[in-house]
Structures are given as C-alpha cells and as structure tokens.
Ligand binder design. Structure first.
Ligand SMILES: N[C@@H](CCC(=O)N[C@@H](CS)C(=O)NCC(=O)O)C(=O)O
Length: 313
C-alpha cells in the first residue's frame, strides 16, 4: 500500500480537516506543497484539471475532494471512526452543511474588511491582488455574501454550534465525528486572524471544543517535504490499484463504462477533468487518464458535488 501523499498548503481550511483525520487515525503521510493560486501545473498533471486543495495521492490513485478523502482514509484505517455507529447519516449531513453553508459564511466573515486586513498583515509574502483575482475567477462571477449579512449569519451559526456542545464533548455526543472536523475547519481560519477571532469567544463552549479537536494533531507527517516533481515520479512508477470487483456499477446518466467523459465541480473552481469512465459506484466516479508526466492514473471524485458528462468531440 503506497503511503498517502497530501497535496495542500498550510493556510487551507479543507486541508486542515484532512490533516486532523491523519491525527485522529494516527496515520503516516507525506506532505507535498501546492500553490494557493493558479498556475498549478504539477497538481493538474495529476488530477487532469481539478485544482482545488487538498488532493490525496496514493501511488497512481488520485482522490479529489475531502468528502471522498475522508472515506478513503476511513477504509485505510477504520478506527477510530469518522462515522459513529447509529449516526452516520447525521454526521455526513451535518458535515455537508458545514463544508457548504457554514464555510461560505465563515469565509465571507473572515474576508470582511477587518479580517481581510489582518490576513494581509499576517501574509506579507502573498500577492493579495493576484489572490483576490484568482478567487473571484473561481467563483465564476458569483457574489460573496455582504460582510453584514455574513457576520449576522456566522453569529447565529456559532450559537447553534455552542448549543450542540452544551452537554457533550463533541457536536454529536461523546464521540468525535466527521461533523466536528467539518465545523472545526471553518472556524479554524477565523481563529488564525486575531483581529476578528474574538467572535469565537462569545460562547464558552466553542474554544475548549476547538482545543479538543486541535489536540488530535496531524498524525505522523514525514519530516521531509516531498517535492512536486517527486510526487509525479511516484505516480509514474506506480500502477493504479485494481478496482474492487464488488463495487456495483450504478448508471444514473446513461453513460456506459469505457466512455470518454468530463467531470467538473458543481461550483467554485470549474476546471474540467477528462478521461475514460472506469468505475461509477453508488458514491464515486473513477476516470482513467494518461499524462506524459504521470503515466496512467486513476482520478477519483465523489458523486455529490460533481457533474458527469459525456466528452464532446
Ligand atoms: N469541496 C472541496 C472544497 C475544497 C476547497 O474549496 N478548497 C479551497 C482551499 S481550503 C481551495 O481549493 N481554494 C482554491 C485553491 O486553493 O486553489 C473539498 O471538500 O475538498
């Protein structure tokens, strides 16, 4: 089994979610740094186009989106589980709300004028104009929430989260779940901006819970950073894992296995990945594709949040 490689950057909240999964499961992993803005030629050589962060690489298997990465790491090491027994639907649904609604609201709050100025102060090396232009292009013209609306909604959501924590250690009870990690990563970015982090202290339960989640740590991160070029060599020297024969093909699109297809995120970062559809299970798609820098790789996406189409020739 090849060691997991996480393609990420330090400031990425979604990457923090996965770093904490490594901590929860005490997994060994390699880190490979990605630029926070385009261009990202090495990452896109691996994914075929998808540019969001993080991406998990296991040899010549490339897993996009934290929804899927969590499932992959859960199969790699089932305990401690991200999905407590009897609460799997609730944990996944709450995590989806957090990754979508809560995260969008938190980021609009974080990049309101005071938070944006603090971010600029703490990241003097970052070209802020290029960063803002990159994210505006990723939103594809969709507006970000207005600061006042974001502040009001964020405060309501923090009240709700605090209520969930009134009588238990974690949001769904005494066992941590994927919902804690999804809620946590949105708040984590706010906490890194001291000028606006005070909002997290308005409810007594939130910061101690954040400390409990942070205490998971990041697992056994290899002490040496993998270079982007090395990650490509690893892909080239590996062969994609054999697809499980027990996975039932589920066709919802009228697209047979073996068809040339494209996969695109539903929103935010619409770069297209194309390849041959080699698996379509209940929950994920797998494309086989070839790039001169990687050889044949399998790129995996969750169904939820992604659009599958036949390639146009
Ligand atoms: N649904 C995706 C969202 C990932 C996401 O939006 N990541 C942010 C960073 S936290 C991103 O990719 N930003 C643009 C970039 O880094 O290029 C997931 O769960 O992985």
């Amino acid at each position: 089994m090849p060691a997991p490689i996480l393609h990420h950057y330090p400031n990425s909240p979604f990457a923090e979610k996965i770093r904490l999964v490594f901590g929860l499961k005490n997994l060994a992993w390699h880190s490979c740094d990605v630029s926070p803005i385009m261009p990202k030629p090495e990452l896109q050589a691996l994914t075929g186009g998808y540019r969001r962060v993080p991406v998990l690489q296991m040899g010549a298997d490339i897993y996009c989106d934290t929804l899927l990465i969590c499932e992959v790491l859960e199969s790699l090491k089932p305990t401690p589980s991200l999905y407590p027994q009897g609460q799997t639907g609730l944990a996944r649904t709450l995590a989806q709300w957090a990754d979508g609604t809560l995260f969008g609201t938190a980021m609009a709050y974080n990049f309101s004028p005071a938070g944006g100025a603090e971010f600029a102060r703490l990241n003097p090396g970052l070209d802020l104009k290029a960063f803002a232009a990159d994210r505006a292009a990723m939103r594809g013209g969709a507006a970000r929430m207005y600061p006042g609306d974001a502040a009001a909604a964020y405060k309501s959501y923090l009240r709700r989260i605090a209520t969930m924590l009134e009588s238990s250690q974690f949001v769904l009870g005494e066992q941590l779940s994927v919902a804690d990690l999804a809620i946590y990563h949105a708040l984590w970015f706010t906490r890194r901006l001291p000028a606006i982090a005070g909002v997290l202290a308005t409810h007594a339960a939130i910061l101690p819970w954040m400390d409990r989640v942070a205490a998971l740590g990041h697992g056994a991160r290899h002490s040496t950073e993998l270079t982007r070029a090395e990650s490509l060599v690893i892909a080239r020297q590996a062969t994609p894992a054999v697809l499980s024969s027990s996975d039932v093909f589920q066709d919802e699109h009228g697209i047979a296995l073996g068809t040339e297809v494209t996969i695109t995120a539903e929103s935010f970062g619409l770069e297209v990945t194309s390849g041959t559809l080699v698996a379509a299970t209940r929950t994920r798609f797998t494309l086989a594709r070839t790039h001169e820098l990687t050889g044949v790789v399998h790129v995996h996406f969750p169904r939820i949040g992604f659009v599958l189409k036949k390639a146009e020739h």
